[in-house]
Design a protein around this ligand. Structure first.
Ligand code: 9N4
Length: 233
């Protein structure tokens, strides 16, 4: 059996990424807020757009800590951010949803989200994803690396120098692979299952704009940043 070990450099790199990932946590009290009371579809839509706008700003800060990201072509940096923002948002939501909560809280949270104003057809695929992420019981390092890997996806639309992005993504994939072997020794294909979630994440990309425009409110107001990122309005 091949001896897997994380080098000193890789451990230092991971520390930078995990710290950036935790530092740029948006107020995690969204779950607490939702547990406290049932908001109207209008209030929920406002909460969602505020959270999503905040999340994009958090994502930009996080990418600044990904080694090499700032030395990519500037237009490619934008293309990577625009291409991964929705996926990073759903990944973050899945992590918020699958966090350990006191008995019964997850069920209340699920109910609040089902009744938030989102139209029925999107609820199943969204929760299927949340639950498939939850089943993995990801460690923080894995969550942070998975987000960095999602951002560094070479084949996003309009990326000119894909090789340069691959060269940044590969070390992240290597670290994640080693981490999975070390932290989930009993699960041979854990790393493969983790990457499989990224494929499921892309499918949510397809209908995120419709999820928003079909939100059960009369007027769908978006911030300028969300119009940029969400292909709406
Ligand atoms: C596009 O349609 C939806 C519908 C629901 C969710 C959603 N799944 C959640 C799981 C756990 C906790 C909250 C969750 N949210 C919303 C939220 O804030 N997501 C969130 C964001 C946006 C950024 C950072 C971090 C988070 C958590 C609540 C917004 C207010 C109404 C209820 C959903 C969603 O998130 C991507 C998208």
């Amino acid at each position: 059996k091949e001896k897997v070990e994380i080098t000193k450099e890789q451990r230092a790199l991971m520390k930078v990424i995990v710290e950036a990932y935790n530092r740029h946590q948006i107020p995690q009290d969204m779950a607490k807020k939702l547990l406290q009371e049932q908001y109207s579809a209008e209030e929920n839509f406002l909460l969602l757009t505020e959270m999503a706008t905040n999340q994009v700003q958090v994502l930009v800060e996080f990418t600044k800590n990904i080694p090499g990201f700032l030395s990519l072509d500037h237009e490619d940096q934008i293309a990577l951010l625009k291409g991964s923002a929705v996926e990073a948002m759903f990944l973050r939501s899945a992590q918020v949803f699958s966090r350990k909560m006191p008995t019964g809280h997850t069920e209340v949270l699920e109910e609040r989200i089902r009744k938030s104003g989102i139209s029925e057809e999107f609820i199943t695929p969204m929760f299927n994803f949340y639950k498939s992420i939850g089943e993995l019981h990801m460690a923080q390092e894995e969550q942070a690396l998975l987000t960095a890997i999602t951002i560094l996806t070479p084949d996003r639309p309009y990326v000119k120098n894909q090789q340069a992005v691959e060269r940044l993504q590969e070390p992240m994939l290597d670290m994640l692979r080693k981490l999975c072997v070390l932290q989930h020794p009993q699960e041979q294909q854990y790393f493969a299952r983790l990457l499989g979630r990224l494929t499921e994440l892309r499918t949510l990309n397809h209908y995120h704009a419709e999820m928003l425009t079909s939100w059960r409110v009369n007027d769908h107001k978006f911030t300028p940043l969300l119009c940029e990122i969400w292909d709406v309005q």
